[in-house]
Design a protein. Sequence first.
Length: 415
Amino acid sequence: MLLPRFSKLIARCFGRRWDLKENVRNMPHTTGRRGGMILSGCCRERLSVVGCFAASCSLCTTSRGSSRKKELSEKKLTSYFVDQRRVRLAAGSGGKGSCSFLSEPRKEWGGPDGGNGGDGGNVVIKVNQQVKSLSAIAPVYRGHDGQAGGSKNCFGRNANTTYIHVPVGTVIKENGNTMADLSREGQEYVAVYGGAGGKGNRFFLSNENRAPVTTTPGEKGQERVLQLELLTMAHAGLVGFPNAGKSSLLRAISNARPAVAAYPFTTLKPHVGIVQYQDYEQVAVADIPGIIRGAHLNRGLGVSFLRHIERCRFLLFVLDLSAADPGAQLRDLRFELDQYEPGLSRRPQAIVANKIDLPEARDSLAELRRHEKQRIIPVSALTGDNVEELLLHLRELYDGYLEAEQSSGMKPLRW
């Protein structure tokens, strides 16, 4: 029964069908004790060669497939890039009240002593700086119910609060309306409140009714459907086309370690790195996923990527000097930003010409400087050439941001 499988496997490797039935039928063999076919030594050797050859063909097919360039479709990008979550929240219900009467020796009818139920637990959305994305957010959260009341006037225990930890910069919306903007570490938003506990029969004791048996159930907790959106909070944003070297540049100037590879869309979610200076000032730099032409029309999840640039105080345009026309890259990037939000490309910025270590980069840099009057900082994220100049200019942009915020009476963002 195993021989036809070998023929199918070999036919799959070479595109033709090899029929081994006749060869096997002509092979010398004997019959074993249990009626099974026992092949001679030469036959076993032939079949072992066939099996090894088929296995080697399958290995060759795997190696060819693994060497192909990794490219992600927009459907796969959507599954990897998570900056929005729709969550259904339900707070805990209150515990029900108890109906009981005190009964002790020599005091058989001591009156009602049923306690109230405990309150249901709230569901709170809290900012945690250790959380970097919304990928771990579950679609449904339910708070804990309060404990029911007991006899001897024992009240039920209130339920604990359920916390949902989100990154800094999470915006909470309901039906398109912004309910909260969580932009500080430890900031909380009570999304749904738990229901109040029910009343025990002790609560209904009165002069008219000395033995009440009435109780109330606990109230049901609130329920809401909220939309969580993540807008990256950072001082500077690295803006560029895919494979421009943004992740390598972030690794060179900060303590972040994003993935670096030789294929587009290596970065599928924003990474924030911290640049530390000797005076203990810290500048947050965000590695924005690559922008492509037509991003404002949501090509390549462009809108999802562009929205993370909104909160960046200043921009670092990263250009690839190994490309044919770096000046066209800069024009396309500015165009996409302005189409998404008018005036976005005119924020304080710096132009970073990356990959200066390549031989063809010198001519591209000269051509870029001929058409662009703004300051251009040539660097090599791979070798670290001229990274010090970039760090100094980054500090100048940061100091300018602090002065502007303090003069306007705003509290600057600090990490």
